[in-house]
Design a binder for this molecule. Structure first.
Ligand code: CUA
Length: 157
């Protein structure tokens, strides 16, 4: 008889937890407008390579830092080698013209997704000079494992 009572208590607790998780999802979507990472900036994926800032990806000086405009596509990053200064803010702007890709600078906190139709943006400062691998960490197709780039953090001049 006692076992039966404990079963009912645990079923009740589990049901309450599920209700709590569902409520958190609904609240997040309704009150905080759950959306892809970064801000909401849309872009026509068909125009990424021809008619946007991403048509000429690269590193641009901007204010006291630099902006890195990058394309993640099947199966490479453009540019494949990125040189940024150490100790200055680096703003990354990324998008994809085809499918979902990941963007992770190994050994750092730089990590986001490149989502067709959206621009992902984040700013980070690399304190030390060095060389990092950039990998795609979202499965995007047969050559996903070969999709990689290099980030070279150069000593400030
Ligand atoms: Cu791109 Cu995996």
């Amino acid at each position: 008889m006692k076992v039966d009572l404990y079963e009912k208590i645990w079923i009740g607790l589990a049901a309450m937890m599920i209700a709590g998780f569902l409520a958190a999802i609904v609240y997040g979507a309704a009150a905080h407008a759950v959306h892809p990472p970064s801000h909401i900036e849309t872009i026509d994926p068909l125009r990424v390579k021809t008619d946007s800032e991403f048509a000429e990806p690269g590193v641009r000086e901007e204010g006291d830092g630099v902006t890195v405009v990058m394309v993640a596509e099947l199966y490479r990053f453009l540019p494949e080698v990125v040189r940024v200064p150490a100790g200055r803010p680096v703003r990354f702007r990324l998008t994809s013209p085809d499918v979902l890709h990941g963007f992770q600078v190994v050994g750092t906190n730089a990590n986001t997704m490149a989502i067709p139709g959206y621009v992902s943006e984040f700013t980070i400062t690399f304190p030390e000079p060095g060389e990092h691998l950039i990998v795609c960490n979202e499965y995007c197709g047969l050559a996903h494992h070969q999709m990689q780039g290099r980030l070279i953090v150069e000593a400030a001049r």
